[in-house]
Write a protein that binds this ligand. Sequence first.
Ligand code: ATP
Length: 909
Amino acid sequence: MPLRDVLESLKTDVNEGLSTAEVARRLDVYGYNELAEKQETPWWKQLIAQFQDFMVLVLLCATLISAFLGEYVDAITILAIVLINAILGFIQENRAERSIKALKKLTAPNAFVIRNATLQHVPARELVPGDILVHEAGDKLAADARLVSVNNLEIEEAALTGESLPVRKICDRHFAEDTALGDRKNMVYAGTIITRGRGQSVVCDTGPHSEVGRIADMIQDVGDEDTPLQRRLEHLGKLLVWGCLVICAVVVAIGIFKGEPIFLMCMAGISLAVAAIPEGLPAIVTVCLTLGVQRMIKENAIIRRLPAVETLGCVTVICSDKTGTLTQNAMTVRKLYTAGTTYEITGSGYDISGDFLRNKQEFEPRKDKNLELCLITATLCNNSIIKQNNVAITGLWRKKQNSGWSIEGDPTEGALVVAAAKAAIWREDLEKTLRRIDELPFESERRLMSVVYQDQEMSKFVYSKGAPDTILDLCKSYWVDGRELQLTDDNLQSIRKVHDDMTSQALRVLALAYRRLVPTEKVDGSIEHDLVFLGLIGMIDPPRDEAKQAIQICRDAGIKAVMITGDHPNTAIAIADELKLYELGANRALTGRDLDAMSDQEFNKIASKVSVYARVSPAHKLRIVKALKQNGHIVAMTGDGVNDAPAVKEADIGISMGISGTDVTKEASSMILADDNFATIVAAVEEGRGIYDNIRKFIRYLLSCNIGEVLTMFVASLVGLPLPLLPVQVLWVNLVTDGLPALALGVDPTEANCMRRPPRHPKESVFSRGLSRKIASRGAQIGFSTILVFTGIYLLRNDLALARTMAFCTLVFCQLFHVFDCRSENYTIFELGMLTNPYLLLAVAASTIMQLSVIYVPFLSNIFATVPMTAFDWLIVLTVAGWTFILSLLKHILRLARGSVKPVAVKIR
Ligand code: ATP
């Protein structure tokens, strides 16, 4: 349809957009702009799934048989324990799933629309037909829409048409109804990506009615990814199952051979298998990962893919953009050079008060025509707006207060608008007599932006700004006092000298140029030539304070920080120097041009030494990631623009910017920085290391406890002792010790030295660095302690019930003492501080109360066949179970007495 008909039939207006009330009405009619979600599994099915574990089913069958044989109490108890275990498992899994869902919501797409005549950023699911969309390069389209205006708009429609080359779009034509999707150049479709240019469009179809909605079934989300660790643990789990089953079978066989009742032995074997198989491990790992992810959100790092949490702990290089990530992205113009004179500009931030100084003297800027033309060019070749307290400020406004200044649009351009405003030059005033007729947008590859304006006499002018090297290459003459003079080598040399002066003071420098077009000249992409050089403009963008600290932390943690920027090498090195990221002699700085001149092999050789890359374009980033990976590094790489996406995707941890990032980069990334801040990356790495440590902690705990349980039963049966623990007791040990204490280890605070050790190798096993030895030795200790108590009491006092009760308690308390050791592989629990993980204290207290209740509550003690223990019995149990703990406490007291105790070794959140 012709555009007018489209707008009419959708009852909308390009400038006003829809009203809030109309949007609400249309949402009712058309529904949300989202594809039908996959059917969710109902909660009861998830609960039932908990019982589908093979060993649990066997246990349930056996319980049923025991009920038939009249063992009601045992049957009910076992059933209750299995039920509680299942509910705990269900809660854990449910919680993990809910937080994964919440994460997905956090990263849901947004869109820019015009509604109630203002530009708004709204969730893409709330779009309705008739909404006016505003597009920029890097956006992913959220609905099908008819283009209203375009400016070099190019769209990659591979998702829909399979064609990977971008399609150039138009808006002023319409096509026959049967035109193929790929040829409908006046339309844009949901799911496609804007690779270049700008545009506006009116939404025609949303959600299931869009083209992508019609094929939605084909592109339903693939399942959630497991992390490498989860996959390895699953594998380990299978091995353990078989191991346990074999041992249990041996225990049962020996028991039966010795004449123990067959049924009791079978129940014992099955209970042992259920207790020893760490079925809760994968769920606890997921809970631990997702809880960590939630903590990261609080620190402004949003994880998009769970495996990233693990990889974070292995990162060896962080490649970061400079502007906005290492620096504040709050630019202020400090210097301006034109016609042989350098001016200074005072003021700070985006506040529009400030003065112009020439030779340190204040003067009236509009009286200097050279300066005036520079500022006019800077403000015309510009799309940013200054705001005070969120209200757009134009020339008509009088300043009332000093605070609340901000910028909408590119901060570099914002700084230019502010500088011009200090001389009372406003785009809105200039546009009363000048009309913008074209724009060649800024692109990182071109480092250049131009606009074309027409005045009332119909003369056309191109105003350009960009990186000085780029602009100077396009200039033939320079401007001085109203004349355009030929640019000689001498002129160029003095301009370059001023430029180098500015950049070495860490200023970001842009050059300004203009040209009057020949009346017959066509306005297209080839007008940027024979420009007249106007001047240089230098702005500061101070480094972020927290970035400096974060780089120091990286150094201690064996992580290399690398700056990658489109800015000039001098500026980049000056800032890197301030951040202590670059040291002359120790590190190298390369430019994009150096990179182009090098072969892959040459570059691979030096890639590990380079700390600063300047004047690089996004395509170089991919080469940098690949070279670093070749060198064995685990690379984190930030990106914001649409062309950064390949590098972000290639990196081990792709990081996109929450504020300045495009949809495409966000989608390619595994982590989003909500505050675009370098320090947040480092905080996330620390969190990643802490999470991995915690996973190791509860693996150590669970496996050593399970080994202890299996050994107790196995060795006792080998040496011909009666069953040391009854089936219900074994199941109870599993319930008391595996659940809460293991979970509490999962939320243990990070050790203070976590960022003072080198990164972990990604292929490293979870059991490396002596963990398997620790697990085996502690498992053996737990098993033999239990057998020791059992044998001693059984032989000396000839009381099987008491021997079993004491063995039962020894096994439980061995584990409850052991859980404290598992908090650290480097420090004792007393160095860490008992109180630094209150959850663990609560979990141990709860487990202790549960254990005491099965001994002292008469009803329960009947069920669990326990007998009361005397104080002396307790002394034996606690000494055997906790001697290492007691020893370590005594040592700590000694050290306290000597005054040689170090401060708490954990980071309290
Ligand atoms: P980073 O990658 O650290 O964010 P950057 O922001 O400096 O670096 P680009 O935005 O690619 O990188 O800018 C590269 C160069 O292009 C700048 O040094 C500047 O000279 C020029 N430039 C930046 N913004 C604009 C703009 N809006 N218009 C014209 N030229 C610009």
